[in-house]
Structure formats: structure tokens, C-alpha cells
Design a protein around this ligand. Structure first.
Ligand SMILES: [Zn+2]
Ligand SMILES: [Zn+2]
Length: 174
């Protein structure tokens, strides 16, 4: 999954790669379920490369409410500047801030597209994965998946924030 920058002809080039899902196994937070399509444009400026494009695939995530795995289609757009690794040595004064997500480094005249894809998939992960907006989640009493079944448990659980609000409203009534 390496891009040999010496093979880029001219100042501008379009690149498209397609990888089997198996190429991206082993991540903790997700599984890749569909082929990964990487498409981008490269602009060369001396020893720097500007890559803009997209990573598209379908991930398999675990729902944060009902814990079932579900497919999450992903289309991540990126805009990255690749500098030679040599620009990142020395006293660390050129070191990139940890939250700088737009600068990356290449070495040995190759850009690691596998790293690029993994990074973009990671950034594309939703903060709170949900199998669907109105996922019913699990019953707090018996653990039944309320999307597929109903249980007879009294629904005693109340959002603590709502409880706080209610207490406040009750106070005002007095
Ligand atoms: Zn769910
Ligand atoms: Zn229940």
C-alpha cells in the first residue's frame, strides 16, 4: 500500500486504489466490511505533496446502546500535505503538533497509503455509534434488546439530568 512518489509524472496526478477489506483487519474499534476505495489527486511542489481525496468503505461498528454490530457507511474526505521525513528531524522544532491532522511525512520516496486509510477511518468513527437514531437500547432491568422484543419490566430508569430539571421545576411551584 505504498505510493512511490518518484513514479508520479508531472505536477498533478489522479490516483485510485481499491483494497480488500482483509487488508485493514485488526483495529480495535471497527471491522472493515466492504472494499476500501481510495481516490485522490496529488499535487507536487518540489519535495512536498498535497493529497486531496476520499476514502470510502463500510465499517462494522458496535451500537453504543444495544451493543449489536451494524454497518456504518463511511466517506471520509481528506486534505493532507506530505513533507519529507527529513523535515521532521533535528531538535524537534519542526515537529508537528499532535492535533495537526493535515500534515504527514513520507520517507524513502514513498507515501504509506495504508497509514493514510487507517487514520481516515479512525477519524471517521462516530463519537457515539448508533445502529439507528431511535435505537431502543437494552432494558436496564433484564437486558433485553428493546429493538427486537418487549419485556414486562417497569421502565423505572430516568435520565438523571431530567430528574434534576424536574426537581428544579417542583421547587419553583412551591
Ligand atoms: Zn442499537
Ligand atoms: Zn426488561
Amino acid at each position: 500500500m505504498l505510493l512511490d512518489v518518484r513514479k508520479l509524472s508531472g505536477e498533478f496526478e489522479r490516483v485510485q486504489r481499491r483494497y480488500a477489506p482483509e487488508a485493514f483487519q485488526g483495529a480495535d474499534d471497527y471491522a472493515v466490511r466492504a472494499p476500501v476505495v481510495l481516490a485522490f489527486e496529488v499535487r507536487k511542489d518540489r519535495d512536498r505533496y498535497h493529497l486531496t481525496g476520499t476514502v470510502e468503505t463500510t465499517l462494522e461498528l458496535a451500537c453504543g446502546r444495544c451493543l449489536e454490530v451494524y454497518p456504518e457507511p463511511v466517506r471520509a474526505a481528506f486534505d493532507l500535505r506530505y513533507l519529507p521525513q527529513s523535515a521532521n528531524t533535528g531538535e524537534g522544532e519542526r515537529e508537528v503538533e499532535e492535533d495537526d491532522l493535515t500534515t504527514a511525512y513520507y520517507r524513502d520516496e514513498t507515501i504509506d497509503l495504508g497509514d493514510l486509510v487507517r487514520e481516515q477511518l479512525y477519524l471517521a468513527l462516530p463519537m457515539k455509534p448508533l445502529c439507528r437514531e431511535d435505537c431502543g437500547g437494552l432494558c436496564a432491568e433484564c437486558g433485553a434488546n428493546l429493538n427486537v422484543t418487549t419485556c414486562g419490566c417497569p421502565q423505572r430508569w430516568e435520565d438523571p439530568r431530567l430528574a434534576g430539571l424536574r426537581a428544579l421545576l417542583d421547587e419553583r411551584k412551591d
